[in-house]
Design a protein around this ligand. Structure first.
Ligand SMILES: O=C(O)[C@H](O)COP(=O)(O)O
Ligand SMILES: [Mn+2]
Ligand SMILES: [Mn+2]
Length: 556
């Protein structure tokens, strides 16, 4: 082992007899305590009790610059959250790197831009991605920046394929983004630019972790082949019509696929031989599958029917550095080096990591600094429990009990020194905007934490329970100043909040194997998620790498 990767024993925190468990309650923030806070409203006796233990509970920042996002107005998300939790470092994240590449002009100088510019004169440049200013997967102004850059550099024909959001931004906001995009495209001089196809992000194109490839097929059919269940002459009409009854609309997230056609009913923007395609999302998880469909000539997961020849395909970023997918991209992704997973295997620590499909890549790929696979398969076991395929408010328990049971077995097995679990419920159910289901989601996760802590105590282990960002902790849109819920004019009901929040997240530590003198420091009031990495390494009885953000604990 490189001497630099050796972790010294901690001078005052001994190695534990049993394993260390790190639990991430995805989307569980600390926020305004009222009935719209599902974390607060749920029956959560276990985390309530943990919160009451002196000097073993605190909260940490999980949004904005504390996790490498452009500004403190940016809510946290799973990618940046797990990157920070697993690496102990704050790196400039995709959102910021794209902003910088646009500002400096570097965007227009690299290999990715060169490739697409081959289509500017005689072919069409297609942009496919999430249309909102959520800043989690993409941002509206970055799309416009790229389109304007292409037009200024000679692009003659542009088609935009839009995925409506309603998840990282309020549901119902898609119509406004579409209207704005149409206006911006109409204002471009010397370029024929139109919206060509679209659909809801949870219905087409943006599947992740291979949970449902049929979503990607529906996207391919609409964007590439110009085939969808609905056709319209105009995208704003499409979105407004497909939402249906204003009293009971279909969420922007789930709008069916549509294709824009001309007066003769012909699609205005199929993807043809020689065209360029830009996936304009910077975040990886929900772009990997569509990238494979575009990049791999022998792709066979679904029938693409037609695969355009001489396609100039790029991602906004490289979405998988191990698969080199896509080969060509506009902006180099963040480089996260020396993550804790690598240190652990190099120091002989055995790890078990588990979540259900929807968060499996979060607790492995994102945790490991956007790396696929194991650092050392003889020391690590990653277990994916298949998620249900349904809107998660219908089954708010999701696979929490199964994850808990797998965690319990791993803790008891004696095989692992570290057990890392992610519970998806407060996040995935929170994204549906369904308050009651989110309350149930939080309650079931609390029950699972109780079961796990019993086993940690049984094996003389230690635990750290935390989260990656807020979500279920606020389920309603509010007036900025008074924090009063905003009321929907059509329904008279409070307007649901489907997105993450800016809230900090809790950190609870404990376990029978944790010496009584180990407590949370009180001199790091501004600590963030990246401080948790050194903390859990200390719980393992080891000193953390020097470059990591400081540990939250001390032995007094
Ligand atoms: O992709 C999603 O589901 C949301 O945009 C972000 O949620 P996550 O960051 O918790 O995965
Ligand atoms: Mn998350
Ligand atoms: Mn989320």
């Amino acid at each position: 082992m490189a001497p630099s990767m050796q972790l010294a024993p901690h001078p005052s925190i001994p190695k534990p007899e049993g394993p260390v468990m790190v639990c991430i309650l995805d989307g569980w923030g600390v926020n305004v305590e009222d009935k719209y806070n599902a974390v607060f409203s749920a029956d959560t006796p276990t985390t309530d009790a943990l919160r009451a233990v002196p000097r073993r509970y605190r909260s940490v920042k999980a949004h904005g610059t504390a996790v490498g996002l452009p500004s403190d107005a940016d809510m946290g998300n799973s990618e940046v959250g797990h990157n920070a939790l697993g690496s102990g470092q704050v790196v400039d994240q995709g959102a910021r790197l794209v902003d910088m590449a646009l500002e400096s002009g570097k965007m227009f100088e690299g290999a990715g831009w060169k490739l697409i510019s081959g289509a500017f004169a005689d072919h069409t440049v297609h942009f496919i991605g999430l249309l909102s200013d959520g800043g989690v997967h993409s941002r509206f102004n970055q799309l416009i920046g790229c389109i304007k850059g292409a037009v200024e550099r000679g692009a003659k024909r542009i088609r935009v394929h839009i995925l409506t959001d309603g998840r990282d931004v309020p549901d119902g906001s898609s119509a406004a983004f579409v209207a704005q995009l149409q206006e911006d495209l109409a204002g471009l001089k010397g370029c024929d630019a139109k919206i060509a196809s679209g659909g809801g992000r949870m219905n087409i194109t943006m599947d992740r972790y291979e949970a449902d490839w049929s979503m990607v097929k529906r996207g391919w059919d609409a964007h590439v082949l110009g085939k969808a269940p609905h056709t319209f002459k105009d995208a704003l009409t499409a979105v407004k019509t497909l939402r249906g009854d204003p009293e009971n609309p279909i969420s922007d997230q789930y709008l069916p696929a549509f294709v824009i056609v001309d007066d003769d009913g012909k699609p205005v923007g199929t993807i043809e031989d020689g065209d360029a395609v830009v996936l304009f999302n910077f975040r990886a998880d929900r772009m990997v599958e569509m990238s494979k469909a575009f990049e791999y000539p022998d792709f066979d997961i679904f029938d693409r029917v037609r695969y355009p020849a001489d396609l100039k395909f790029v991602g906004m970023m490289q979405y998988d550095g191990d698969l080199l997918l896509p080969k060509t991209y506009l902006v180099p992704p963040p480089e996260i080096k020396g993550v804790s997973g690598e240190y652990l295997v190099k120091n002989g620590i055995t790890t078990f990591a588990c979540s259900e499909t929807q968060k499996f890549g979060h607790v492995t790929f994102f945790w490991n600094g956007n790396r696929s696979g194991y650092f050392d398969s003889s020391k690590e076991t990653y277990l994916e429990i298949p998620s249900d395929n349904c809107p998660f408010n219908e089954k708010p328990d999701m696979k929490a009990v199964e994850i808990m049971e797998a965690g319990r077995e791993a803790l008891r097995s004696g095989k692992y020194q570290m057990v890392r679990l992610n519970f998806a419920n407060p996040d995935m159910v929170g994204h549906t905007g369904d308050l009651n289901a989110s309350i149930r989601a939080c309650a079931v996760v609390d029950e699972c934490v109780a079961e796990l802590i019993k086993v940690v105590d049984e094996v003389n282990g230690r635990f750290l329970v935390t989260s990656d960002h807020g979500n279920s902790d606020d389920m309603v849109q509010r007036e900025k100043k008074t924090l009063k819920p905003l009321i929907d004019k059509d329904t008279g009901k409070p307007m649901p909040l489907t997105s993450h929040t800016l809230a900090p997240v809790p950190v609870y530590i404990g376990g029978k194997g944790l010496p009584a003198n180990v407590v949370l420091r009180d001199d790091l009031p501004d600590a963030g998620l990246a401080n948790i990495t050194a903390t859990y390494i200390n719980l393992l009885g080891l000193q953390a790498p020097e470059k990591y953000k400081p540990s939250l604990i001390v032995a007094e």
